[in-house]
Each structure stands twice: as C-alpha cells, then as structure tokens.
Design a protein around this ligand. Structure first.
Ligand SMILES: [Mn+2]
Length: 194
C-alpha cells in the first residue's frame, strides 16, 4: 500500500494545490493523509491564553472556500486547529483524530510531543516501527534518534528498524512524503512551486 503524507499546510492554497497535483502525478494510487495544521490561526499562543471570550472565526483564521475544497483527504489534528477551536469555540476544528495508525506506522502532529530549545523533538513512546510527523517544518529522517540529512526523490529503506520521519511543510516548500508499506520505503518529494 502506498501513502502520500503531507502536513503543515497552514491554509496556503497555491502550495497545497501544487502539492496535491504532484502527488497525483507521482503516486496516483496512494492514499493521501494529512498530518495536521491544515489551517493557520492568527491568534498566537500567549494571546489565546489571555482571551476572556470567544472571537469570531474570521478574526481567528482566514478560511478560504477554494482552500477548504482541496481538503478531500483525512487528516489528524494539529495545534492550529486546536487553537482555532479554543479561541472561537467552533468545535468543527476538533473533528480530527489525534493519531492515525497505518501499516507499520504511527502518524502524529508534533505538538503532541516535547521539543527542545533547538526545536528538536523528544519522541514519545509509540508501538509501530515508524513514526511520521510534522510541526517543525523541517523534513528529516531520524536514525537511532539522530537527525539525518535527506535526499529528495530517492527511496530510503525503512524495513530494518525504527525510524522517525518528519515530512516537512507544504506552506513553505511543498514537501510531501511517499511511504510504500509493501517495499518499506520512504521517499521525500517537493512539488514544483509556481
Ligand atoms: Mn504545528
């Protein structure tokens, strides 16, 4: 089974469209799954904590209809969705699950775990050989917990141990990741940007 994983869209219509088009071209049969932060909350963490009443959705986020129409794939929840719900009281942003389990892999948005001062993750306990995540917008594969440089468009064999894979971000660089659970390979891609 092939999975196309993308995260940290942050409401960027053009880059999301380009990434989904690239997925369709490279891996037309892949199941597309989102890793959270589909939307962008305009209210920061500190300001959100100080609010004493809900604010209108249009102040909390710019939700473009044409962007929402691109979201035809399942996704887990990110911190942006949680904060939009927190500041607006709009629970539709909490419709997403926290975690997906697919063949040999756990999918989480990175706000579910701890990050150090260099914005490097401390991974939580998980039960599958692989963990796919987003949040820091930095595509990488961790081998024995060590961040390792990646090459795009070259399948990496992941059938021989535990690996954590940061799929990167759509909003800045049109990143996505192809996971083939039959071949046990992970391939990083960047869609061409207009
Ligand atoms: Mn995030």
């Amino acid at each position: 089974m092939k999975y196309a994983l993308l995260g940290d869209l942050h409401g960027h219509y053009q880059h999301t469209k380009a990434t989904l088009q690239h997925i369709k071209k490279i891996a037309p049969t892949a199941m597309v799954l989102g890793l959270g932060d589909l939307f962008e909350c305009h209210i920061g963490k500190k300001k959100a904590a100080k609010l004493t009443s809900y604010i209108p959705l249009k102040e909390a986020a710019t939700i473009k209809k044409k962007f929402v129409q691109l979201l035809t794939f399942p996704s887990i929840i990110g911190n942006q969705e949680e904060r939009i719900a927190q500041v607006t009281g709009n629970s539709s942003f909490l419709q997403y699950e926290e975690c997906f389990l697919i063949n040999q892999a756990t999918l989480l948005h990175g706000h579910q775990f701890e990050w150090d001062e260099d914005f490097e993750p401390n991974f939580p306990a998980y039960t599958t050989p692989l963990l796919f995540f987003g949040h820091s917008h930095r595509a990488a594969i961790y081998v024995h917990g060590q961040r390792t440089a990646i090459r795009y468009r070259q399948p990496i064999y992941v059938g021989d141990g535990k690996y954590e894979i940061n799929v990167g971000a759509v909003v800045e660089s049109c990143d996505w990741c192809l996971y083939d659970s039959d071949q046990m390979t992970v391939t990083f891609y960047q869609a061409p940007m207009e």
